[in-house]
Design a binder for this molecule. Structure first.
Ligand code: PHE
Length: 337
């Protein structure tokens, strides 16, 4: 009887142990067979009831069973322990962690966002136009005479005789006025292209922000007031400014706006080329010929326009001396802003 049960339990144990995969299952196996109330101990308890002659034989069998079960259990325990230790050791806590590089806005976008928010505060909306433009929008409608030097192949990337990469954002003025009736008050940011020799001061691609305000009785005084308010907010309250007469085919009169150099405060330095002044934008009153081209009544409406380079604006504000850094995407530069 008992020897039958010993055989059964041996088989039972061998079957159970083959399914054990981790410490938890191993402990369940120990409780079932090897603990104080386990199946093996129960067999030892039953040995009491065996006859005198049977006892030594059965005792031997039982001892053999207990040894076999214990040995197999210990072997498996060592194996599972070492596997678990190995997987813990795979995490090398002495390795340096991974640095998370967090993206940030390019200085150009930061500058543009600042310009946008100032003009939005002054009542301007933001409108964009295409980089591929017609010769007419880029030049003709803006009152450039057909033989104007700016149309020269030297400065303009022509696609064919009618289309080109816009050389400034002023053609967006034409697009807006052709579509909407006054009042019009918008800024127009975007990328522009010029076929220029690349240097620290000029690049073949750059960005501008155009401004346009057309309504009844818009005056040059309003143009000045708006641009001075912008300059004070963007560059600082304490700067001095001046408007110098200039020329653009699409504005009359035209002007350029200078502010006192905020690096040397007007004393003269490398950045302002020892003049004490920095040129920040071009502007003027919309030429009546431009109004005629977009079918605005130039007797009824007046307007002003202005344009500034975004790279140039950022260069000045942050004291950067080479325009090419905006396009290099060198982390050492980008990280500083
Ligand atoms: N489009 C001119 C330029 O690229 C700037 C400008 C815009 C001047 C609007 C006057 C009015 O230089």
């Amino acid at each position: 009887m008992l020897d039958e049960r010993i055989k059964k339990i041996t088989a039972h144990f061998n079957q159970d142990i083959s399914a054990v995969k981790d410490t938890k299952q191993l402990e369940e196996l120990r409780l079932k067979f090897l603990s104080r109330n386990g199946l093996v101990s129960q067999l030892f308890d039953e040995l009491k009831n065996a006859s005198k002659e049977e006892k030594p034989v059965l005792g031997k069998l039982l001892n053999a069973l207990r040894n076999e079960v214990t040995e197999k259990f210990n072997l498996l325990k060592d194996h599972i322990d070492s596997l678990e230790k190995e997987s813990v050791e795979k995490i090398d806590l002495s390795l340096p962690g991974f640095e998370r590089t967090i993206g940030s806005k390019h200085l150009l976008i930061q500058t543009l966002n600042e310009i946008k928010s100032i003009f939005k505060g002054l009542g301007f909306s933001v409108i964009e136009g295409p980089e591929l433009e017609s010769d007419y929008n880029n030049f003709g409608a803006l009152n450039f005479p057909p033989d104007h030097p700016a149309r020269d192949m030297q400065d303009t990337f022509f696609i064919n005789s009618d289309f080109l990469l816009r050389t400034h954002t002023s053609p967006v003025q034409i697009r807006i006025m052709e579509k909407t009736k006054p009042p019009v008050r918008a800024i127009m940011p975007g990328r522009v292209y010029r076929n220029e020799a690349i240097s620290s001061r000029s690049y073949c691609v750059f960005h501008q922000v155009e401004g346009l305000y057309v309504d009844n009785d818009v005056t040059f005084a309003e143009l000045k007031g708006t641009l001075v308010a912008f300059a004070h907010q963007f560059y600082g309250e304490n700067l001095k400014y001046r408007f110098r007469p200039s020329f653009f085919p699409f504005t009359e009169p035209s002007a350029e706006m200078d502010i006192t150099c905020f690096l040397c405060h007007g004393k003269g330095c490398k950045v302002c080329k020892h003049s004490g002044w920095l040129e920040i934008l071009g502007c003027g009153m919309v030429d009546p010929n431009v109004f005629d081209n977009v079918n605005y009544d130039h007797e009824q409406y007046t307007g002003y326009a202005f344009g500034m380079g975004i790279e140039r604006t950022a260069l000045l504000k942050y004291g950067i001396d080479d325009i090419r850094v905006f396009f290099d995407n060198d982390f050492r530069f980008l990280k500083q802003f």
